[in-house]
Design a binder for this molecule. Structure first.
Ligand SMILES: [Zn+2]
Length: 397
């Protein structure tokens, strides 16, 4: 529910998420290799003067509240671990800033954690990348030596180790930089972090979002549309997924008793419902098509009715129809009233007329026009908009 409107959410800001995103900024600035007094103080105070790339490596009782918050934010959830603890990495340049064994610069952990046996055997356990090899002409050569020969398991590990570091070479002309791996340019921004933390499951294509949240669509219908496109309606199948079992384990469609009641069946496949769509398309003088999913269906209605210029109108008709179909289904399941598809079409026409008139009060067409010549009414809306534009232009110049 907290995904922004443009990406298919309901646009509710999640304060906690904003807070995490802002705290993450500290992680980025701490590691970025740029010297600063505040950093030296922190490293000195909490980390014995050494820059640990992973600031979660140490926590003590003497840490200040604020610093504890910053450090612990990375442990909040799997997603936060992805974002922060695993999210930062050195992009190797000349190798002056990066600690060979302790920092994260190749692979997703430090070499010390990836190859503890080799670390124990290494002749140099502390040093920057530039101290761990030499330039031979244009080429950088890694020079790692062991206290004694590698035996046993260490032999296999050494092969892996060499392969890994040989994939990276220093670049004399570039400074090392601290990268956030979840952005294309490596920069951490609170905005990008917020997006990163926002659940991806309910992200909806921008175009559908625009249709759902257009000015013609009243908000209760927008919310319905949002749930529809993201398959969040309480169909019997979805209830089952959430562990809610209906009496007798019944999952069948309330209209036809044949298919399993799921989004696709309930809005596209079921015969009774299909008849409704055909009637709606017929009302607009459109050929019916057989789309294979809810998006295909929406597309044929939205573009069939709206064309290029008035997609919001097609969107409204689609949503009103789907909404009333769902209402019809609920009536059939829980209510005493049984409606026919013909009555349903009447409701669709009446509701959509009401909402359109509400937003375009100055457009002159009657309810009879709306029912019998909807395309002409659409033309009237388009015409009215163009006139309004001209009028505004005339009076602004
Ligand atoms: Zn059915």
């Amino acid at each position: 529910m907290c995904v922004e409107k443009g990406r298919g959410g309901l646009g509710i800001a999640d304060l906690e998420r904003i807070n995490f995103a802002l705290l993450g900024k500290w992680w980025f600035r701490l590691g970025d290799g740029v010297d600063g007094l505040w950093k030296r103080v922190i490293w000195e105070k909490y980390y014995g003067g050494r820059n640990e790339a992973d600031i979660t490596s140490f926590e003590s009782l003497t840490m200040s509240r604020v610093w504890k918050d910053i450090v612990s934010v990375g442990r909040g959830s799997e997603r936060l671990v992805e974002m922060l603890v695993k999210g930062f990495k050195w992009k190797v340049g000349e190798g002056r800033c990066v600690e060979f064994w302790r920092d994260k610069w190749v692979g997703d952990k430090s070499l010390k954690d990836l190859f503890p046996r080799l670390f124990a055997l290494s002749t140099i356990r502390e040093g920057r990348l530039k101290d761990m090899g030499f330039w031979r002409g244009e080429n950088w050569v890694w020079d790692c030596r062991w206290r004694r020969g590698c035996v046993g398991r260490a032999v296999g590990e050494e092969g892996q180790f060499r392969e890994m570091i040989n994939g990276v070479r220093l670049r004399m002309e570039e400074a090392d930089s601290w990268h956030w791996i979840h952005s294309s340019d490596g920069t951490y921004s609170a905005k990008a972090a917020y997006d990163f933390l926002s659940p991806k499951v309910c992200v909806l294509d921008q175009e559908w979002s625009r249709i759902i949240w257009s000015k013609y669509v009243p908000s209760k219908l927008s919310v319905f549309g949002w749930r529809l496109f993201l398959d969040r309606l309480a169909t019997k199948e979805n209830l089952g997924k959430r562990g809610i079992v209906l009496t007798g384990g019944d999952v069948s469609c309330g209209f036809c008793n044949e298919g399993v009641e799921r989004l696709h069946h309930n809005f596209c496949e079921c015969e009774g419902v299909w008849l409704v769509w055909t009637k709606v398309l017929g009302w607009w003088g459109l050929q019916s098509v057989l789309p294979n999913d809810i998006f295909g269906l929406a597309e044929s209605v939205v573009y069939g009715i709206g064309g290029g210029c008035l997609k919001e109108l097609g969107g409204l008709i689609f949503l009103v129809t789907a909404w009333l179909v769902w209402d019809w289904r609920n009536m059939k399941l829980f209510g005493p009233v049984l409606q026919s598809e013909v009555r349903l079409l009447e409701s669709i026409q009446a509701k959509s007329f009401l909402w359109i008139k509400n937003k375009e009060p100055r457009c002159v067409f009657s309810y009879t026009d709306w029912i019998s010549r909807p395309m002409n009414c659409k033309e009237a809306i388009v015409q009215h908009r163009q006139n309004l534009k001209k009028y505004k232009k005339m009076h602004s110049s």
